[in-house]
Design a protein around this ligand. Structure first.
Ligand code: NDP
Ligand code: 8X3
Length: 248
């Protein structure tokens, strides 16, 4: 049985990916900070072997310790989905909150690096592995007030390309999935619990659901070993660019 390690599986895209890969025959390591959410996910996936790790990806020592604690039967990771991340705030640069900047750069960028670094030895040793980094359209287009979130996702794009080149000699596939608007808890986190403001983001058109992104990820990780779908841009049909959405 292959092992998939999914960060940010307590909500949204990560959770839907865990469900999809569990149903596709993977055993899972699911991570996040909210243990009760991960326990509910494991219960929903009854019959699928699931190991839960709770840690904050911004905390390098905690990330390393959590990954070092993996029992032998979950330690040989075949597929890594670097999904944990969020936007915090949406403000002009001069009004941005440095605490939000730290949360985005430390979580979306450094967290992805810490998790990857801790798991890569198991892949390089076996000369095999598949890593999917969840970027965003925001990493390929900078939109007004998106500044630091866009920068964090542009870093994910650059890191993905760098990882792909560096890991090529080790036969490790590296890919990036770049969604547009997906209705998850993303906007609730971005707007700090303002659910009305979050809901307006997805009003007037049919956004992607987390399951739509999970479908694509499942397809990517079940291709034969000689195939790497290196980059995917996934929009709702109503979206043409980061901030161009046909409403109505
Ligand atoms: P959600 O808010 O629904 O899920 C975010 C997940 O990331 C949660 O499981 C959360 O777990 C985890 N997470 C966030 N910060 C940390 C942290 N510091 N340490 C550990 N885990 C963390 O949002 P989405 O599912 O939408 O987001 C998933 C990814 O998709 C993100 O990287 C996001 O940037 C990206 N994305 C989202 C889009 C969208 O429109 N929704 C579009 C493009 C990209 P917990 O809180 O339990 O720690
Ligand atoms: C999430 C999509 O457009 O809000 O990365 O940045 S967007």
């Amino acid at each position: 049985m292959k092992t998939a390690f999914i960060t940010g599986a307590s909500s949204g895209i990560g959770r839907a990916t865990a469900v999809a890969l569990g149903k596709a025959g993977f055993q899972l390591v699911v991570t996040g900070r909210r243990r009760e959410r991960l326990e509910a996910l494991a219960q929903e996936l009854a019959g699928v072997p699931v190991h839960i790790l709770t840690f904050d990806v911004r905390d390098r020592a905690a990330t390393e310790a959590a990954i070092a604690s993996l029992p032998a039967e979950f330690a040989e990771v075949d597929v890594l989905i670097n999904n944990a991340g969020n936007a915090h705030g949406l403000a002009p640069i001069q009004d941005g909150d440095p605490a939000d900047w730290d949360a985005m750069l430390d979580g979306n960028v450094k967290g992805l690096l810490y998790v990857s670094k801790a798991l890569l030895p198991t892949m390089t040793r076996r000369q095999s592995g598949h890593i999917i980094n969840i970027g965003s359209v925001a990493g390929h287009e900078t939109y007004p007030n998106g500044n630091v979130y866009c920068a964090s996702k542009a870093a994910v794009a650059a890191i993905t390309k760098g990882m792909r080149l560096d890991l090529l000699p080790h036969h490790i596939r590296v890919a990036e999935v770049n969604p547009g608007a997906v209705e998850t808890e993303f906007s609730q986190v971005r707007f700090k619990g303002d659910t009305d403001r979050a809901a307006t983001v997805y009003k007037g058109f049919e956004p992607l659901q987390a399951e739509d992104v999970a479908d694509v990820i499942q397809f990517m990780v079940t291709r034969p070993p000689h195939v790497n779908i290196a980059e995917v841009l996934l929009f709702p049909a109503a979206q043409g660019a980061a901030t161009t959405i046909q409403k109505g």
